[in-house]
Design a binder for this molecule. Sequence first.
Ligand SMILES: Cc1cc2nc3c(=O)[nH]c(=O)nc-3n(C[C@H](O)[C@H](O)[C@H](O)COP(=O)(O)OP(=O)(O)OC[C@H]3O[C@@H](n4cnc5c(N)ncnc54)[C@H](O)[C@@H]3O)c2cc1C
Length: 383
Amino acid sequence: MSAASPTPPFTPELEDFRQVVRRYVEAELRPHATAWEDAKWFPDEVFAGLAEQGYLGLKYPEAYGGSDGGYLADAVFTEELARCGSGGLAAGIGAHIGIATPPVWKFGTEEQKQRYLAPAIRGEKIAALGITEPGAGSDVASLRTSARREDGGFVVNGEKTYITNGVRADFIVTAVKTTAEGGHHGISFLIVDRGEGVTSSALEKMGWHASDTATIAFDDVFVPEENLLGREHEGFALIMANFQWERLLMALGAVGGMQVALERTVAYTKERTAFGRPLTGHQAVRHKLADLHATAHTGRCVTYDALRRFVDGENAVKEVTMAKLFTQRAAFEVIDACLQLHGGAGYMREYEIERMARDARLGPIGGGTDEIMREILAKTLSL
Ligand SMILES: Cc1cc2nc3c(=O)[nH]c(=O)nc-3n(C[C@H](O)[C@H](O)[C@H](O)COP(=O)(O)OP(=O)(O)OC[C@H]3O[C@@H](n4cnc5c(N)ncnc54)[C@H](O)[C@@H]3O)c2cc1C
């Protein structure tokens, strides 16, 4: 949080909670970030540890083991998670609590919530969301993974790619085609358990190294009827509903990331001397830092505004889209400028700023690209 705390929509209680999360991240996650990045994996036990603190169920009802803290508690957690020092770690946790389990909560039957949401909140089952395919990313409606009806359920064939938690997930909330009809119609969701016919292959990436991003192949996978999530053929609405929270979480992560990068860069530029004075003694450096703070603050304001509207139940598509669009590019540019202000040290792994820059590059691509955000905005503006 910046100096002007608490900033609406957060209450003093949530600001206290922020300090608790900050201490947890600093003590339990950040010390391992480099090792987990190097290993290109973080242990599954991280989920159990987070569950013990109640962090996997902050917004979920107590009936499923959650703490009924609402979206704002989740928002605080997400912003603070950006301090963990690994975009991949934050992404793996975020995919579980922020994009894969919300559809089960929102659209699942009581039985599905007991079978998937409750163990996910306890950290016993890890979740992934499988929408993107080799031939369908931005153009979600052209996905081709098929689910053919058979006695008692569906038989799934196809391939998903770039799926976060794709190697470790115990279940994949998967978008499939349940009709031959093209376009938005005939998309459904199935909760697919890892098992026979489900194969994952990890992908190598520019950043987010600690997270297991994977291609998942489904080869004649039988999925029972009771794993149909939401109404058959109406999955497109689920995808769109889910995107709002995902994009807000990405904006919050970027806001947290910009703040950490700036804190470190201010400390570094005050310490490091050149031409007989600290770097901050040079007007160009001071002005650069001033501009970067203005950009980060703008990102925070736009994000908190969208968050407040979303939490109040407004149709906040326009504001959420603007927050996602603005903050993802801003985070990459702010962190890249922070890297520059570190000079050669910025290029070294020791200072973590190069990792932050690599990790931030995903923002304008994941969860809907910048270009798709502009398309959505244009629509909300009736253009
Ligand atoms: C590390 C990582 C993790 C991910 N995790 C998940 C996950 O957990 N689950 C999941 O389902 N997906 C996940 N994704 C997928 C991600 O959501 C997609 O990569 C993203 O939506 C873009 O789709 P695409 O890669 O197919 O790009 P494409 O759709 O092929 O786009 C290529 C380029 O064309 C542009 N473009 C496309 N259409 C238009 C248009 N109409 N107008 C102008 N420009 C256009 C795009 O903006 C982009 O610049 C992940 C991706 C990455 C890289």
